[in-house]
Design a protein around this ligand. Structure first.
Ligand code: CA
Length: 344
């Protein structure tokens, strides 16, 4: 059974009918009155594919505009959909923060909004806040699952990995680990959000009891064909896992999935100076607490000795800073600690 969107006071309207079977493509109309367009709206593309009874899943990319693999993967999946093969409903938001996507930037050039720090949003706020509010209060209540595709964007580079919040609900946690496994990235794990972080899509999904995965693949402001394919096949496997499509390719499943945990601040390495960042560890590398992580060199005082930052925990390098320049407060690495969770 599909569930109709609750009536909420969103200012966003749409020309798709979430209850209609078949494939529909249209727009969320995000009202935006500007100098160039007094009565205008921002056209965020939205597609719905529905057929028969089954679960509802939200597939999302372009939460951050400069994260490309997931956007391409979802566009390919959308264009290949045969609604008659679907059991349930798939809602696709492939360019969730459209102004950021069209600018190729993490945040919206209109309001500076970072969608993934804007939940629960505001129906009368900025465009980014209106989009967040619509996702949390209109889309998520229709869903049992939401899969949000990210990468490291312009400033970070990720291994192919699936992350989910360490929820308090044990049943959802077990189902989450099963979904992480079904995606088939070489790394998957649970994280405890720093300071409880309530502003992300993952937090919004948790508030709505929706099983949510944050898929992190690639980054560096570029696109890797290999990782686009991993993202596409992984999402297809998730759709098969939850019973929406009959099957999915399995030839790129890893021989082994390494499960990790991200428990707190020690899983991150931060820059404490300003200079040229020389990474001393690579993606996928096993590192030990106390091991040198990166050296910072100072071009304005070339005779000054470099400073070295160290890893604060042991584990595998999931993500690293991509650009050469780094400033105090920039994240240099994220480490996945070996997980205590049972692999499924
Ligand atoms: Ca991101």
């Amino acid at each position: 059974m599909t569930v109709t969107a609750r009536i909420v006071a969103s200012r966003i309207s749409t020309n798709v009918d979430y209850d209609k079977p078949g494939l529909q493509c249209g727009f969320l109309r995000v009202p935006h009155s500007s100098h160039e367009s007094a009565y205008g709206w921002i056209p965020v593309p939205i597609c719905v594919a529905a057929n028969g009874s089954g679960p509802t899943v939200l597939l999302m990319a372009g939460n951050h505009g400069d994260e490309y693999e997931g956007q391409i993967a979802l566009m390919k999946i959308l264009r290949s959909f045969e609604p008659s093969e679907i059991r349930g409903r798939v809602i696709l938001l492939t360019a969730a923060n459209l102004p950021a996507v069209m600018a190729g930037r993490r945040v919206s050039p209109i309001d500076g909004g970072n969608l993934n720090r804007s939940f629960p949003g505001d129906p009368n706020g900025t465009p980014t806040e209106m989009i967040a509010h619509y996702i949390e209060n209109v889309l998520l209540p229709m869903c049992q699952y939401s899969f949000d595709l990210h990468s490291g964007g312009s400033s970070l580079e990720y291994v192919a990995s699936v992350h989910a919040r360490y929820g308090v609900d044990e049943r959802i946690r077990a189902d989450t680990l099963a979904a992480i496994t079904a995606f088939g990235a070489p790394y998957g794990g649970l994280f405890k959000p720093l300071e409880g972080e309530p502003r992300t899509m993952g937090a919004a999904a948790e508030r709505k009891n929706v099983l949510h995965l944050n898929i992190e693949i690639g980054g560096g402001g570029t696109v890797s064909r290999e990782l686009v394919t991993k993202a596409e096949n992984g999402v297809r496997r998730l759709l098969a896992h939850i019973g929406i499509i009959p099957g999915a390719p399995r030839d790129d499943m890893p021989k082994k999935i390494r499960y990790f945990a991200i428990e707190g601040a020690s899983n991150y390495v931060y820059c404490m100076d300003q200079g040229l960042f020389e990474p001393l560890a690579a993606l996928h590398q096993e590192v030990q607490a106390g091991q040198p992580a990166g050296a910072l060199h100072f071009p304005d005082t070339p005779w000054a000795r470099e400073t070295v930052v160290k890893f604060e925990c042991s584990g595998v390098v999931l993500c690293r800073r991509f650009p050469g320049w780094a400033r105090r407060g920039d994240c240099l690495y994220q480490i996945g600690s070996p997980s205590q969770y049972v692999a499924l």
